[in-house]
Ligand binder design. Structure first.
Ligand SMILES: Cc1cc2nc3c(=O)[nH]c(=O)nc-3n(C[C@H](O)[C@H](O)[C@H](O)COP(=O)(O)OP(=O)(O)OC[C@H]3O[C@@H](n4cnc5c(N)ncnc54)[C@H](O)[C@@H]3O)c2cc1C
Length: 305
């Protein structure tokens, strides 16, 4: 079947685009690996999305997904591998070996956790190395763990882990943590966290599972070992844009350049909304806003064809 619009991604940007597409009467398909994106991984409550003073990430995801699913649009749980131009249409192929065509496409695949790129990281994924405390944290009950990254995400992860873990080391590369003072205060109150600054992580070691990490103290230049059973990686996110090379322009951070008013990329009919584009604010409300902007722009584009 040929679609008016295909939306790639089921985070706040993609789900909002889907809700707008349904209400605009577009023949639309939303393809996503999973629903919720980064908010499904949020370790503490969300307190800055209008209408909800405090809501768990997973609860907000369920509400958005429910709102999406009442629209008359198709949904596929799949992983998009390629987006190509075929005559005046876009051709999309997926890991599930399916192909779809559409007049317009909204890229809303957001961002993936940035890896540490140290020895041991890849080997121990799922064996102590995690990028999602909400998903994996409960497995570390009464264990000593490390959080790599002293920004807000790292501190929120530590707040969540403090409910189960015995002790949490937070390793920050710089000379002081970057997290908001409020988050630092909550972590301090748990009495379970030790913050190590100027820490340059060198290696994750273990046998079948993680046993320890090695870091270099950037001041003393000495290497130190910490015995931990879990390593939670919170060193930022990078745009999930590798499947769309050729049709869009990128900035230095591999974020997609778009027109501010419409979220259109350099290719007419191809839009990019949410954390994967050059927008400097990466939040749920901005991703949702861009999802709506892109869906309306796709609708207007189709009207003019
Ligand atoms: C730990 C943490 C805490 C945060 N806390 C807050 C907060 O309190 N308040 C706030 O406003 N913001 C917060 N944010 C930021 C917010 O979550 C993001 O700005 C927002 O989720 C971006 O939405 P998005 O739809 O652009 O992308 P994402 O949320 O990244 O969603 C992308 C979606 O695309 C799918 N996808 C990716 N690649 C493909 C592919 N190739 N094929 C098919 N599907 C694909 C993914 O499965 C995912 O569903 C937080 C982020 C993190 C990581």
């Amino acid at each position: 079947m040929d679609y008016d619009l295909i939306i790639i991604g089921g985070g706040p940007a993609g789900m909002t685009a889907g809700i707008y597409a349904g209400r605009l009467g577009l023949k639309a398909l939303l393809i996503t690996k999973s629903f919720g994106g980064q908010i499904a991984k949020k370790a503490v409550s969300i307190e800055n999305y209008p209408g909800f003073e405090s809501i768990l990430g997973i609860e907000l995801v369920q509400k958005m997904e429910k709102h999406l699913r009442i629209q008359k649009i198709d949904i596929e749980l799949d992983h998009v591998l390629d987006v190509k131009k075929k005559d005046s249409n876009f051709l999309i192929s997926t890991k599930g070996k399916k192909e779809f065509q559409a007049k317009t496409v909204i890229l809303a695949s957001g961002a993936d956790p940035r890896p540490l790129e140290v020895p041991g990281e890849k080997e121990f994924i799922g064996k102590g190395v995690s990028y999602c405390s909400v998903c994996d944290g409960p497995m570390f009950r009464n264990k000593v763990v490390a959080v790599i990254g002293g920004g807000n995400a790292g501190f929120e992860t530590a707040i969540f882990l403090a409910k189960v873990a015995k002790k949490i080391y937070i390793l920050e590369h710089g000379s002081s943590p970057k997290a908001f003072a409020a988050n630092q205060e909550i972590v301090k109150k748990t009495g379970k966290a030790e913050i190590i600054t100027n820490a340059d992580l060198k290696e994750i070691k273990g046998d079948k599972f993680v046993e320890s990490i090695v870091y270099k103290d950037r001041k003393t230049k000495k290497e130190k070992t910490l015995n931990v059973k879990g390593v939670f990686v919170e060193v930022g996110y990078e745009p999930a844009t590798s499947y769309v090379k050729g049709l869009v322009n990128f900035n230095k951070r591999d974020e997609i350049k778009v027109d501010y008013e419409t979220c259109q990329t350099k290719t007419p009919g191809l839009f990019a909304a949410g954390d994967l584009n050059v927008g400097v604010v990466k939040q749920i409300v901005t991703a949702a806003g861009e999802g709506s902007k892109a869906a309306i722009a796709a609708y207007n584009y189709i009207q003019k064809l």
